[in-house]
Design a protein around this ligand. Sequence first.
Ligand code: GLP
Length: 242
Amino acid sequence: MMKVVVENDYDGVSKKVAGILIQEIKSNPNIILGLATGSTTKGMYLELINSYKTEGVDFSGVRTFNLDEYIGLNGDHPQSYRSFMDEYLFNHINIDKNNTLVPSGIAEDIDRVCREYDKKIEDAGGIDLQILGVGENGHIAFNEPGDHLNINTSVVKLTDSTIRVNSRFFNSIDEMPRTAITMGIGSILKARKLILLATGKKKRPVIKQLLENPVASTYFPVSMLLCHPDLTIIVDRDAYVD
Ligand code: GLP
């Protein structure tokens, strides 16, 4: 079943999704969460940190798997997704860092890292709840539009559009990695519950296409999420047209 929730603004979306996460953590302290990076999720992470500091929400038993990472960036590179997660969430809550997994972008045998990442998710019992953002081109994690989508965790080439959009975080476009490691569409669809977040006017065309034209296409990766039996889409007014 698909559910669409429309909140007034970015703050409303952050509070809504953090509220759902907190409830889920309270009812299952050993929950396995799938997490996403990006500006959309920052507010939600801030809410989670607040809930830890003010209400004492306990993250000690929580395990997390992140969706993706840039190839070539060490975990301590400021633009790596590992540092994003540490900076915006993990450093500020009582989670065991050993239980926070982000695929490595610097391993020598990257194919092995890919295989092992899916295996680790499976061995943990699968992801209970996966949080997702969406790219302006409809990408999910780093599954880019094209004539095929990877089912399993894989290395992918980033599209020119993603390189342009994400290079805003780097000193120059030349520093922006051209490849990434990402959970595949199959890895993502195996999660028991999916929550897709979209905020701001730039995401409006994506949400419009997704809701008005429910067709699964590899050229619009986010559309694959429509195949999932438990998908909630949480958007703000800017990203949504009636
Ligand atoms: C990035 C990430 C995605 C993220 C998306 C949206 O490139 N690989 O996992 O969901 O693009 O990012 P933002 O929230 O900054 O718009």
